[in-house]
Ligand binder design. Structure first.
Ligand code: ASP
Length: 583
């Protein structure tokens, strides 16, 4: 037996018992002739004491380096100086024998919560990074959540079905990763961007309630917090309307919040139309932990001879509460922020509503205090508040104002990671117009059903048709999204047509699904949650990387195994693939 106890379980009540522990040397130190070793395993840390009376044993202990793997036998004793910070802090082991099971090179960074290792180093040695308890805890949470989600869905009659990974392009709108087929030279599989088509086929098969915790692959430029492979909780249900789907999965999310965080959401999650979300927050995933919603003041600003506002399609403002005292420097910093290329505004205007009721503004050359007061009144600003204003084309400016709102919200500490604000965004547009290619794209995917009230407008007012699509948003993150699907092959044909797909193209891509729909497809709908995101939100982390055991970096590279990498010429020959070398 390598051990009788783990490094996390001994307590004062165990004093006097003889135990054998095995684990890694966290650190060792000599003090007054004694040697103390902190022994670590997945379950905790236990202090081991080597007494100078046993010189041979002490010598042995003094040879231990960090991360050596050792087995130690000894007696549990009450500590004289207790450590209240760890659960085993009241005891220590008086070592009687020690065996080195394996040695270790000096690790490239310290295996501590507060490590000295930078990101790249930790990713290269991820297996060592995973020894750190703060990293391991995230994966423990992930495991717990996956388990509980499965239990919840199983209790509600969902069955987990695995769908293939080597498939044909799916319609999520990103680029596919492709895999060459040796047996079919010149032909490629695509890795699923989601199991979308398969889960719909399972509904045609009568499975009624499907789910899968599943890897999805999207070959996108890795903006901020994306991974080329990520995990979805993918779900689909038959004979449901939007209301049924929202209720079912609101239940799941509430259940997980209760289970992990002991948070009770007693009220139904608010619902906001996409149009309102854009109008009030400039985003389809509004962070509703704080207010500062947009106020439109275009009508109040026009006609004063100030071209910037006169010519703007849209003039929008937010009010930063209690910020009238902002200095010139602070205001300049905000202006610099919105002018960054990532935000892209030309400039920012401001109005200060001073505590004494007086008004100061960057545009007071053009507007009287009386006029400016009207702007403040519309926004229900109070003395002491600061109004920030952006102007320009509507959609673009709303997005910029959204960035500004989030930035100021963070500055003011209004985005507390321990506070959770969930909502559904509903009534998304069915289509999105793309200026560059001069055509419509499906905002969600081409199987999303139009809102029945808008079907008549499909030809006449295509861009205004609402979808039966919904997103669950938590703290400004899209936690998941889905839709009621088209189950009528004629409507599906029409949808492909509106998306500019010829009949042949549609058949080539989705013929199997169109055929299936001829054999009695039930009404169905579903959604998928981003599982990595769900875990990171509940763990209070900013990045999904921290909840993935072996993540990739921003260039899609696994720094540890060094992938992607070149393959042998013989493999290329077998696949009949030539690599074109760029100069
Ligand atoms: N397949 C969709 C996605 O990955 C989710 C859904 O519509 O169920 O976004």
């Amino acid at each position: 037996m390598y051990r009788t106890k783990t490094c996390g379980e001994l307590r004062l009540a165990d004093a006097g018992s003889k135990v054998t522990l095995a684990g890694w040397v966290q650190r060792s130190r000599k003090m007054g002739g004694m040697t103390f070793v902190d022994l670590r395993d997945r379950y905790g840390i236990t202090q081991i004491v080597f007494d100078q009376d046993n010189a041979a044993l002490c010598d042995e202990a003094n040879k231990l380096g960090r991360e050596f793997v050792v087995q130690i036998t000894g007696k549990v004793a009450e500590r004289t100086s207790k450590n209240p910070n760890i659960p085993t802090g009241e005891i220590e082991i008086l070592a009687e024998s020690i065996k080195i099971l394996n040695r270790s090179d000096v690790p490239p960074f310290t295996i501590e919560d507060n490590t000295d290792g930078g990101d790249d180093l930790r990713m290269k040695y991820r297996y060592l990074d995973l020894r750190r308890s703060c990293v391991r805890k995230n994966l423990e949470l992930r495991h717990k959540m996956a388990f509980e989600i499965r239990r919840y869905l199983d209790n509600h009659g969902f069955i987990e079905v695995e769908t293939p990974v080597l498939i044909k392009s799916t319609p999520e709108g990103a680029r596919d990763f492709v895999v060459p087929s040796r047996m079919n030279p010149g032909e490629f599989y695509a890795l699923p961007q989601s199991p979308q088509t398969f889960k719909q086929l399972l509904m045609v098969s009568g499975f009624d309630r499907y789910f899968q915790i599943v890897k999805c692959f999207r070959d996108e430029d890795l903006r901020a917090d994306r991974q080329p492979e990520f995990t979805q909780i993918d779900c689909e249900m038959s004979f449901v309307e939007q209301e049924d789907v929202l209720n079912m999965f609101e239940g799941l999310v509430k259940h997980i919040f209760k289970y992990v965080k002991d948070i009770d959401f007693t009220e139904p999650f608010p619902r906001m139309t996409w149009a309102d979300a854009m109008k009030l927050y400039g985003s389809d995933k509004p962070d509703t932990r704080f207010g500062m919603t947009f106020v439109e003041i275009k009508d109040l600003t026009t006609g004063a001879g100030f071209a910037v506002l006169d010519d703007a399609e849209y003039v929008g403002a937010i009010v930063a509460p209690g910020c009238a005292g902002y200095t010139r420097k602070q205001l300049d910093a905000l202006t610099d922020y919105v002018k960054r290329p990532q935000v892209g505004a030309k400039g920012m205007m401001w109005v200060k509503y001073e505590e004494d009721g007086s008004i100061k503004s960057s545009v007071s050359k053009f507007y009287s205090d009386e006029q400016l007061k009207k702007w403040l009144d519309r926004a229900q600003a109070k003395p002491g508040d600061l109004m920030l204003i952006l102007a320009g084309p509507t959609m673009k400016t709303r997005k910029q104002l959204c960035e500004l709102r989030l930035h100021v919200g963070s500055e003011l500490g209004l985005r507390d990671p321990q506070k959770f604000s969930c909502l559904w965004v509903i009534d998304f547009p069915l289509f999105e117009w793309d200026d560059e290619t001069q055509r419509y794209y499906a905002m969600h995917h081409p199987f999303t059903a139009p809102n029945p009230e808008d079907v008549d407008m499909l030809d006449s007012d295509t861009g205004a048709v609402r979808a039966t699509a919904y997103d669950m948003v938590v703290n400004g993150n899209e936690l998941g999204g889905g839709s009621i699907r088209i189950h009528d092959s004629e409507l599906q044909d029409k949808m492909f047509h509106l998306l500019g797909l010829s009949e042949e193209e549609a058949r080539y891509k989705f013929g199997f699904l169109m055929d299936a729909f001829k054999y009695g497809a039930p009404p169905h709908g579903g959604l998928a949650f981003g599982f990595d995101r769900f875990v990171s939100i509940l763990a209070g982390l900013d990045s999904i990387r921290d909840v993935i055991a072996f993540p990739k970096n921003n260039s899609g590279r696994d720094m540890m195994i060094d992938a992607p990498s070149a393959i042998d010429q013989s493999q290329l020959d077998e696949l009949k693939i030539d690599i074109v070398k760029e100069d």
